[in-house]
Design a protein around this ligand. Structure first.
Ligand SMILES: Cc1cc2nc3c(=O)[nH]c(=O)nc-3n(C[C@H](O)[C@H](O)[C@H](O)COP(=O)(O)OP(=O)(O)OC[C@H]3O[C@@H](n4cnc5c(N)ncnc54)[C@H](O)[C@@H]3O)c2cc1C
Length: 414
């Protein structure tokens, strides 16, 4: 075999996997049909745990040098109940970063190359190469070039939610949910933000975060059922959504749109079994969730690390690179499942229930608890806590909990 590992896809999942493997001496080839810097249809909040990984890998300085603002404060407006605070620290990081994908993906590709990974840009993988029931390589071509074949002990699909590798191996899907939202976003000059802002309204979620070049990214999520109507007058529906968010619409209208509006209904929610003989999946190819909670990049960075650990632990014992991938599958699912379920709930864009209003109002008056709660959205505080009776008791006290029980039973409140 010419390589130990071939990775198809060189964005956050693929370049991170290649980087970590190459730093540990693994012979890696990574191919991507894109050439970097390259944008993609995605906004780019990297949650605090993802930032901690980039810092640990020595890449945060490059994002800072590219003028990526660090966002430490966040303001979340839940149908008028506003929580403001700071993200709790996680493994040496205390900020969310929102680097344009032209910046982040390029930093990762460069670092992987510097670590010794071979990276072929402008190269499309066309099919997998098999030996009996085992994947042993890829066939594809450089743009305008002749078809060629490359072989490896393991082929990793980091090729996104419409993964060629996943469909070629027939990776089984599970926990799949119907598409819930559509997305529409763009970039604005002259809309400075002191903090990241999130607004939840019945039928809408809106986010505004500062990014590179002094721009502000403003994102609208709407129910997928509205897509046909939304696309008839995209800017009008987009701005009308912002008008439902305090004075955000006013501030944005006072700014200047810097780029075209991007709109997509292609937001699946599903898991795939991420391994088999000679193949593995990482990033969106393996698990994709609705972007409303902005977790996909952080997930990809975490899963790249889990996958690289599994590959190198097998190789260190003289075993094939796919020998320990059942453990990767277990660890990935344990890490992602609570946020996947939480995200699916958010993506429903339902009105708040009475009990949720009650809890949010209690958090509003307790800044330290509000920070912890905001940390749950950032993937720092375990999201499960907010389903536990013990947390409700801590936040509300015995009398408050009794009031909540009355509210939940449809009594006096709301
Ligand atoms: C509208 C929207 C907004 C989002 N906002 C956020 C956010 O704010 N924060 C966040 O964390 N996540 C966000 N996400 C999710 C995030 O974009 C994804 O989770 C992330 O990009 C997944 O990275 P990846 O490397 O797995 O796949 P991708 O980024 O999809 O990259 C796959 C790469 O594989 C390459 N490729 C595919 N097939 C082939 C082939 N046959 N041969 C060669 N190359 C191939 C492609 O060219 C591509 O470069 C958003 C997603 C959407 C759609």
């Amino acid at each position: 075999m010419a390589y130990d590992v071939i990775v198809v896809g060189a964005r956050v999942a693929g370049a991170a996997t290649a980087l970590l493997l190459a730093r540990r001496g693994v012979r890696v080839l990574t191919v991507d049909r894109a050439r970097f810097p390259s944008d993609t249809l995605s906004t780019h909040q990297v949650q605090v745990p993802g930032v901690a990984r980039l810092r640990r890998w020595g890449l945060l300085g490059e994002l800072d040098a590219a003028g990526t603002p660090a966002t430490r404060e966040v303001r979340m407006d839940f149908e008028g109940i506003v929580l403001s605070g700071r993200f709790p620290p996680y493994d040496g990081a205390d900020a969310l970063y929102s680097p344009r994908r032209t910046v982040l993906d390029t930093v990762l590709v460069r670092a992987a190359r510097e670590a010794g990974a071979e990276i072929r840009e402008g190269f499309a993988a066309e099919e997998l190469v098999w030996s009996r029931d085992r994947v042993v390589g890829i066939a594809g071509r450089q743009r305008g070039g002749a078809r060629c074949t490359e072989t490896a002990g393991l082929v990793v699909g980091a090729d996104g939610k419409r993964s060629l590798v996943a469909s070629a191996v027939g990776a089984r899907r599970y926990r799949e949910r119907p598409i819930a939202t559509m997305a529409c976003y763009t970039y604005w000059h002259g809309v400075p933000m002191a903090a990241g802002e999130l607004y939840l309204r019945p039928g809408r979620a809106v986010a505004a975060f500062p990014t590179n070049d002094g721009l502000t990214m403003v994102y609208v999520a709407a129910p997928i059922a509205e897509f046909a109507r939304f696309r008839t007058a995209v800017e009008e529906h987009y701005l009308a959504s912002l008008d439902r968010c305090g004075d955000l619409g006013m501030w944005v209208r006072a700014g200047r749109r810097a780029e075209r509006l991007r709109t997509t209904p292609d937001l699946p929610q599903l898991f795939r079994v991420p391994y088999g003989p000679g193949w593995a999946l990482v990033g969106d190819a393996g698990v994709v969730m609705d972007p409303v909670s902005a977790q996909g990049i952080g997930n990809a960075l975490r899963d790249a690390e889990l996958l690289a650990d599994a590959i190198t632990s097998a190789m260190a014992r003289g075993r094939p690179p796919d020998a320990h991938l059942a453990g990767y599958h277990r660890r990935r699912d344990a890490a992602v499942r609570p946020m996947y379920d939480f995200t699916a709930g958010l993506a429903a864009l339902d009105p708040l229930r009475r009990a949720q209003r009650y809890l949010l109002a209690a958090l509003r008056d307790r800044p330290a608890e509000a920070d912890r709660f905001l940390g749950a959205f950032a993937g720092v505080t375990p999201i499960r806590q907010y389903r536990s009776p013990r947390t409700a008791l801590r936040l509300l006290g015995v009398r408050g909990l009794a009031g909540l029980a009355v509210a939940a039973a449809g009594g006096r409140l709301g």
